[in-house]
Design a binder for this molecule. Structure first.
Ligand code: BES
Ligand code: MN
Ligand code: ZN
Length: 498
């Protein structure tokens, strides 16, 4: 694991394996970003020429290494691209991405200093978080674990006392480590991370951080009448679980309920997915991983808000005991659902958990789910959809996501689409409706389980939750930790009185 530290020493004097500087595309060629002055000085004004000779252009994603000049305590200089140079400085997102690229390029080294722009606290925190997120590697199953992530990233600051720098680094550490924890959960093989294993981890981590954790096993779920979670889980040899995690602050004025889809593997069930559609379906618990990471981060940050997190955990498998297309389930709370497609399972487990969460009358309910392929068709692989019964909440979540550099987009819940789930069914509702706009149909299904008068939002992270391509910026291959930064910031805003 990579650790962050803060130092007020100069980039030239710090003893490290490497020192990282930023470069950008200026109007007349390569320019150095703020923070690089001491390193540039050691090269007698030749650093930009050397980098240009090595092919550096300052583009985003670029990482160019060169041996350090005499006068530097580090052996290696790494220049990372920040994109277009601007008068106003670099955006937090550009800094996060550049720090992420740098951290990945430093894999295998013990200690590296980051001499990137960090004059403002926001810049400093962006560099810190990008570094931690970019350093992430998932090696649990590798016989040869390779070089391993960079051991220590030293954040340089010239600010007196560097007290706010230390606070920013601590905040980035809490957030970054929890995002990386979510990534570990998502990347774990589904034969290891089944519902019971996830619940056990939630209990252990909850205990470590002083969170209250309650678990409903299959017996308790049966007794409680959780027909949705049981209906999805009953095809699997690994029984389902519902987990409640609570964080309370004595001075909190608001309570946020977070509900996560936790399908540890989605085969589709009897409505089996064809080959080509199930290889990445271990990622179908990314919503549960995100809300769990959020509550642990909130506790580590001591946010003045109450958070209750619900993990709806089940494995969706086909078998002789599996729910059939045509079965009717009696959901928690008593509503009936005709299961027309067992691959529309996320809404079934979420419906039970949303109803249960609503019993405690939270101020707001936000569910997070890799819910529909339709949302991926609509918004692509890097943007999550935001739906809500409140225009204000939907707009706020969109703005919050923007402010932390997560791509999100508002999506509607068109009332007329609801009847495609009710009119054709022998039960109160079917779990499938019209095919077009399937992401919105799924949202409308969930809305049925929200109490009138409760603000609720639904984040469909099916696109960005799992990254199949090569790593970029601070985003690794595999589980990304989508929505966590948005949720933690949302909790911070709520704590501050939003
Ligand atoms: N877990 C999937 C959605 C998904 C697809 C997540 C791609 C990540 C990437 C979900 O359970 C599902 O299978 N949804 C169906 C619903 C349909 C049967 C109404 C879908 O989107 O095809
Ligand atoms: Mn499915
Ligand atoms: Zn699913």
């Amino acid at each position: 694991m990579t650790v962050l530290s803060v130092s007020t020493s100069s980039a030239a004097a710090l003893r490290a394996d490497a020192v990282v500087v930023g470069v950008a595309k200026g109007p007349k060629g390569l320019v150095l970003a703020p923070g690089a002055e001491a390193v540039a000085e050691a090269f007698d004004g030749k650093l930009l020429d050397l980098l240009t000779t090595l092919g550096a252009a300052g583009a985003e994603g670029e990482a160019v290494k060169l041996p350090a000049a005499a006068g530097l305590k580090a052996a290696l200089v790494l220049a990372v691209g920040l994109g277009e140079a601007t008068e106003e400085g670099y955006s937090a997102e550009a800094l996060r991405r550049a720090a992420g690229v740098a951290a990945r390029a430093l894999s295998g080294l013990k200690k590296a200093a980051l001499a990137l722009p960090a004059a403002a606290e926001e810049e400093f925190e962006a560099v810190a978080l990008g570094g931690l997120l970019g350093a992430y590697e998932y090696t649990t199953y590798k016989g040869d674990a390779g070089k391993g992530p960079v051991g220590e990233l030293v954040l340089l600051t010239d600010r007196k006392g560097s007290k706010d720098a230390k606070a920013a680094a601590e905040r980035a550490t809490a957030l970054g480590e929890e995002i990386n924890r979510a990534r570990d959960l998502i990347n774990a093989a589904p034969n290891d991370l089944h519902p019971k294993a996830f619940a056990t981890i939630a209990q252990a981590v909850g205990k470590e951080h002083g969170l209250k954790v309650e678990v409903w096993d299959e017996k308790a779920l049966t007794k409680g009448g959780f027909g949705g979670i049981l209906g999805v889980g009953n095809g699997s040899a690994n029984p389902p679980r519902l987990v409640r995690v609570a964080y309370t602050h004595p001075k909190a004025k608001q309570t946020i309920a977070l509900v996560g889809k936790g399908i540890t593997y989605d085969s589709g069930g009897i409505s089996l997915k064809p080959a080509g559609h199930n290889e990445t379906m271990k990622c179908d618990m990314s919503g549960a991983a995100a809300v769990f990471a959020t509550i642990v981060a909130a506790k580590r940050l001591g946010l003045q808000v109450n958070i209750t997190t619900w993990l709806a955990l089940a494995e969706n498998m086909p078998s002789g005991t599996a729910t059939r297309p045509g079965d009717v389930l009696r959901m928690y709370g008593g509503k009936t659902v005709e299961v027309l497609n067992t691959d529309a399972e996320g809404r079934l487990v979420l419906a039970d958990a949303i109803t249960k969460a609503g019993e405690e009358n939270p101020d707001v309910i936000i569910d997070v789910a890799t819910l529909t392929g339709a949302m991926v068709f609509a918004l692509g692989n890097r943007t999550f959809g935001v739906m809500s019964n409140s225009d204000e909440l939907r707009n706020r979540l969109h703005a919050t996501a923007d402010s932390v550099g997560e791509a999100a987009w508002p999506m509607p819940l068109p009332a007329d689409m609801r009847k495609s789930m009710t009119e054709s069914s022998i039960a109160d509702m079917a779990n499938m409706g019209e095919r077009m706009g399937g992401g919105l149909v799924a949202g409308l299904f969930l809305q049925e389980y929200v109490n009138e008068g409760t603000d609720w939002a639904h984040l469909d992270i099916a696109g960005p939750a799992f990254h199949e391509g090569a790593a970029y910026g601070y985003t690794p291959k595999g589980g990304t930790g989508s929505a966590i930064r948005t949720l933690v910031r949302f909790a911070e805003e709520t704590a501050a009185g939003a």
